[in-house]
Ligand binder design. Sequence first.
Ligand code: FNR
Length: 405
Amino acid sequence: DLYAKAIIMGEKPIVTTDPNKLEEQARGKMTKEGFNYVFGGAGEQSTMQANRLAFRQWKLIPRFLRPTVPRDLRVELFGKTYDCPILMAPVGVQSAYHEDAEIGVASACAELGVPFIYSTASSTALEDVATAADAAFAASSDTSTGRAPRWFQLYWPLSDEITASLLSRAVAAGCDALIVTLDTFSLSWRPLDLDAGYLPFATGTGNALGFSDPVFRRRFAADSSGDTPEDNPLAASRAWTSEVFSGDAHSWSDLATLRRLWAEAGGAGPVLLKGVLSVDDAALARRAGVDGIVVSNHGGRQLDGAVPALEVLPEIVDAVGADMAVLFDSGIRTGADVIKALALGARAVLVGRPVIYSLGIAGGKGAKAVLAGLLADLDQSMGLAGVQNVGELKRNILRRVQYGG
Ligand code: FNR
């Protein structure tokens, strides 16, 4: 059972089980720059803090004397069944937090059946992560047939040729879905990184997908008298960064092209837009024919002062109806948080910082410990709330309160 997977009685866990202590533990273990890059919200961090306050304003009303076992955490998303309603959020530059990096986190996810979302800003090439995750999946006694579930996150490049190349690689590497992140077309104002003069991309750390891309390499060579990115990492980093953080180069009407490129690459899975916070954009997404959205403010890392993602989740769910799947992230820390987001209409949630802090604390094993803990906490909390399966999570188990705490 999930509790036994997460906790061995009589043994101290390798990473704290207290979500509010993770940050402190990670601060003591990670490099200062690496920690600050993960921790740092935009501006005065008001949106990052509001993400947590928003969860505190919802409380659960438990029910008793009803069947809660065997518990069933499975969810169906876009015609596929996943073991749990939690996905690993796309997080870039994981080698800046621990040498286990994406391979450590993806392998941890594979062993637990948690879908791993590969970021465009990864520090390890996609194909290497996929191979390692499948090996971990096959070696794990808890998983059976098939391969480690994974999705691909796109920072939408300027050039269609590069986009097409990335999408074919995503399909070839077995990614089930394409998530296009809307809210990071440019960098944001993050004082902790700015004050330290730290930008991982500037030195090539988060550019492994680009540097390993045949089309990017060919174009870079053509522009730099035959250089490879390895010959000239600074210039290649600049070229890649301006390709994927390309300003407001795209519009709603370009989504037709993107969907065509995905289909031409052989992508049979859904296309989702990540970063939606407005009912109007959700409606535009539906009109553009995308299959799903992720209601998210990027963990408060982009527009400081933006509304907490949880605040707008219900109205967006109500507006799009059952036609389009709504996923959620930004501020998930506990099993109860997962329950709240699902009860407000999310089909699944993504979790970012907690797993990355635990990667920083104890590498891939740390990431696995925290993810296993979150699954166990979700499982127990569902039981204590009187809920047997994810489909039962509805708004009637919630009460909005005026106080925090
Ligand atoms: C992110 N996030 C992110 N999102 C994305 O689409 N592509 C990316 O490369 C990254 N990179 C990234 C790095 C770091 C260090 C963090 C903390 C986050 C955002 C991420 O996918 C997710 O939206 C948030 O992390 C969710 O909020 P919580 O769970 O961290 O509160």
